[in-house]
Write a protein that binds this ligand. Structure first.
Ligand SMILES: O=C(O)CCC(=O)C(=O)O
Ligand SMILES: [Fe+2]
Length: 250
C-alpha cells in the first residue's frame, strides 16, 4: 500500500487523498483511475484467508457504504427486478458500465492491497488470486446479479465448468452465511466438512483453485444455518454480484 500511496502522490500531489462524499458517489459511474481506487478502498483493505479452504479470500471492507449504495442504485436502474417474480439477471460479453467499473476496482484492490506477492513464497502467492488469472483480458465477461428475499438461498453447487477458474462475488444489503462443503474420506468412511463464511455488505469474496473446483458453496436458509457468533442473522433482502469468465471454447 505504501508503494501505491507514493504512486498517487507522484501523479496527483498530496491532496489526491482528500475526499468527500461526492468523490465516493462518482466512483462506479465514471472510468476508474489509480487515484479513484484510493477513495474506494479507504486506507488498507484487509484480506482474510479462510484457512481450511485453499483459494478462498475475503475482503470485508471492499466497498464503503456510499459505494454500496451507488452500486445498488446502478443495479436497480437496470430494471431487472422491477417485477417481483424476477430474482436473477445474467449478462454475457459486454457488461454494463458499472460492472466494468467494478471489475477494475476488483483488479486494483487485489494489486494494491498490503499483500505483497514479491515477498511471498510461491504457494502463498496463490492466496488472494493467481496472477495469471488477474492479468487475463477481460478479467470477467459474465455477470449474474441475484436478488434474494428473506428465506431465499441457493443450493449447494460447484459453478459450471463452462466458466474459467477465478470467480468474484460482491455482497450487498443483508448479510448471510455461505457454507462451503466437501466430502472427505475418514477411516474409509465418507464424511462432510462444512465451513461457514460470513458475507457482510460491501465484501468481496474471491474463489479460485480448490475453492472453485473441489468445494461446493450454498446459502442455506433452513433454521440454524444463518447464524453467526451464536446469533441468528436478521434476514432482509440481499443482492449479490457474481463475475466470471467464460471458457474460450464456448
Ligand atoms: O449469491 C451469492 O452470493 C452466490 C451466487 C452463486 O453462487 C452463483 O451465482 O453461482
Ligand atoms: Fe456459485
Amino acid at each position: 500500500m505504501d508503494e501505491y500511496k507514493k504512486l498517487i502522490q507522484e501523479a496527483f500531489g498530496e491532496s489526491s487523498e482528500d475526499s468527500d462524499d461526492d468523490d465516493h458517489q462518482q466512483q462506479l459511474e465514471g472510468s476508474s483511475t489509480v487515484a479513484e481506487a484510493q477513495f474506494i478502498f479507504g486506507e488498507n483493505p484487509k484480506w482474510e484467508r479462510i484457512s481450511e479452504i485453499k483459494g478462498l479470500s475475503l475482503c470485508r471492507d471492499f466497498l464503503i457504504p456510499d459505494q454500496q449504495s451507488t452500486l445498488l442504485a446502478s443495479i436497480l436502474q437496470e430494471g431487472w427486478f422491477s417485477d417481483a417474480s424476477h430474482n436473477q439477471a445474467m449478462r454475457f460479453g459486454d457488461l454494463p458500465t458499472w460492472a466494468k467499473e467494478l471489475t477494475t476496482c476488483i483488479r486494483e484492490v487485489i494489486q494494491y492491497s498490503d499483500y505483497n506477492p514479491e515477498s511471498m513464497k510461491k504457494d502463498e502467492q496463490e492466496v488472494i488470486f493467481p496472477s495469471e488469472l488477474l492479468h487475463r483480458e477481460p478479467l470477467f465477461n459474465q455477470l449474474i446479479v441475484n436478488s434474494y428475499q428473506p428465506g431465499e438461498g441457493i443450493c449447494a453447487h460447484v459453478d459450471l465448468m463452462r466458466f474459467e477458474d477465478g470467480i468474484a462475488l460482491v455482497s450487498l444489503e443483508s448479510s448471510c452465511v455461505m457454507h462451503f462443503s466437501r466430502e472427505v474420506a475418514n477411516n474409509e468412511k465418507e464424511s462432510q466438512v462444512r465451513i461457514p463464511v460470513y458475507l457482510t455488505p460491501g465484501s468481496l469474496l474471491l474463489i479460485s483453485g480448490e475453492a472453485r473446483y473441489e468445494w461446493k458453496h450454498e446459502i442455506n436458509r433452513k433454521p440454524g444455518f444463518q447464524k453467526w457468533d451464536g446469533l441468528e442473522i436478521d434476514q432482509k433482502r440481499r443482492t449479490s454480484i457474481t463475475l466470471r469468465k467464460l471458457c474460450k471454447s464456448e
